[in-house]
Design a protein around this ligand. Structure first.
Ligand SMILES: [Zn+2]
Length: 78
């Protein structure tokens, strides 16, 4: 599918029900990437993801996705 929607726009919802909450303003783990806060619309989990992963990210809590990228956590702040 030729999806041209911007995955880095706040509020973007990917096919797995994962929502882009906000840019975290910290470097990601891929070259040239930065981290975004993602929220799961199924269980409400919040976690970090590289911008390039937003479109296919799965929830680490209820979809067996990778752990929060960069070790970011809502409680840990930053
Ligand atoms: Zn979830």
């Amino acid at each position: 599918m030729a999806e041209s929607r911007k995955t880095t726009v706040i509020g973007f919802l990917n096919p797995n029900g994962q929502i882009n909450v906000r840019p975290l303003g910290i470097p990601g783990t891929d070259h040239g990437q930065s981290l975004y806060q993602m929220a799961c619309s199924h269980c409400g989990a919040n976690y970090g993801a590289n911008g390039s992963d937003i479109h296919h990210r799965r929830c680490p809590a209820c979809q067996g996705g990778n752990p929060s990228t960069g070790g970011w956590s809502l409680d840990g702040g930053r």
